[in-house]
Design a protein around this ligand. Structure first.
Ligand SMILES: Cc1ncc(COP(=O)(O)O)c(C=O)c1O
Length: 330
């Protein structure tokens, strides 16, 4: 039996959807990462119970840090983007986390840079606060070791392809690193939105929206580009098609980054390998923007990525490129 709900949420489900196609399904992915990060900070004496942990988040990390703080008796201060919704706001308030929500910005870039500027102000006024730096501090890899062990234990040691959205880079980077330590052959496929600097798609803007949680307008240290074999850039409509197909075909209700990962995994799947894709959160935040629009979703089978050999050739609605474990986009 678990002694805190965060421990239960930290164990994802592994669901076989089709022959060799497996969904790694989290209720809220970053709980496993935040718990291990806070545990590590306490063990190494960097923070003590009762201290305040601070970070910026667009949603699921705020929830994860609030749960980790609840579990370990810490205070939690979040600088949240406009994407923090009513459901999360109410939970954070009751959990005792302090949320400062930024006013809407004209762009994601402005929103991100204003949040970072606000963090610096808070640290100046409260030098005892610890800034978690989820996008840069490698302690956010640690919690994924147990998840990688579970995947390796359950799936055996055949060739494996892992597919997941890249935000901070911690989940895909950590799972690939730990899995490669145990299995002979692990390919990593990263999923990005258009308009993100992380793998060089900032020159292509998606007229609909940038997919929450993945992509960035600033570089992150937790992204290790040399781990990725293949990259896919998925636009909003294609990701929506993936989310609707995943619910329709397999009854998995998950968010938009998961829809993009499912579409990608469906494309990459090779019957000689096991393909595991990451479902980072549930579909509740996307009821209006995605699921209510199910009639507009093109069939997944009607979509195919444009194969490109440089990021200059990227185009909507969906592009694929062999990354070949190269460094950052320069
Ligand atoms: C819904 C969703 N999917 C995927 C990711 C990507 O995870 P990571 O930050 O580990 O790269 C995030 C991160 O915020 C997210 O919120």
């Amino acid at each position: 039996m678990d002694s805190h709900i965060a421990d239960a949420i930290s164990r994802p489900d592994l669901v076989r959807l089709d022959d060799g196609l497996v969904c790694l399904r989290f209720e809220s992915m970053k709980v496993v990462s935040a718990l291990a990060a806070v545990e590590h900070l306490l063990e190494t004496g960097v923070v003590r119970p009762g201290d305040t942990l601070l970070d910026s988040s667009s949603g699921i990390y705020a929830y994860a840090l609030a749960l980790a703080c609840h579990r370990y008796g810490m205070r939690c201060h979040i600088v949240g983007s406009t994407t923090v919704d009513d459901t999360l706001r109410a939970q954070l308030a009751v959990l005792g986390a302090h949320l400062e929500q930024m006013a809407p910005s004209v762009s994601l870039k402005l929103d991100q840079s204003r949040r970072v500027a606000r963090i610096h102000e808070i640290l100046r006024d409260n030098p005892g606060y610890h800034w978690m730096r989820q996008y840069h501090d490698a302690i956010h890899y640690l919690g994924y070791r147990a998840v990688a062990d579970r995947i390796a234990d359950e799936l055996g040691d055949g060739p494996l392809t892992l597919v997941g959205g890249v935000g901070s880079g911690a989940s895909t980077g950590a799972l690939a690193t730990y899995l490669r330590g145990r299995l002979p052959e692990v390919a990593l496929v990263g999923v990005q939105p258009f308009g993100s600097v992380t793998f060089g798609s900032q020159h292509v803007s998606d007229p609909d929206i940038i997919i929450a949680g993945i992509g960035s307008s600033i570089p992150f240290d937790n992204v290790d580009h040399t781990l990725y074999d293949t990259l896919h850039w998925v636009g909003f409509t294609a990701a929506l098609a993936g989310s609707i197909a995943l619910l329709r075909e397999h009854a998995v209700f998950a968010g938009l980054s998961t829809g993009a990962a499912y579409l990608t995994a469906h494309w990459e799947h090779d019957p000689a390998r096991t393909t595991v894709f990451i479902a980072a959160d549930t579909g509740h935040r996307y009821v209006e923007s995605v699921f209510a629009r199910f009639r507009e979703a093109p069939a997944v089978e009607s979509l195919a990525p444009v194969e490109v050999s440089t990021v200059d050739e990227l185009r909507l609605p969906w592009s694929r490129m062999r990354w070949g474990r190269a460094g950052g986009p320069g």
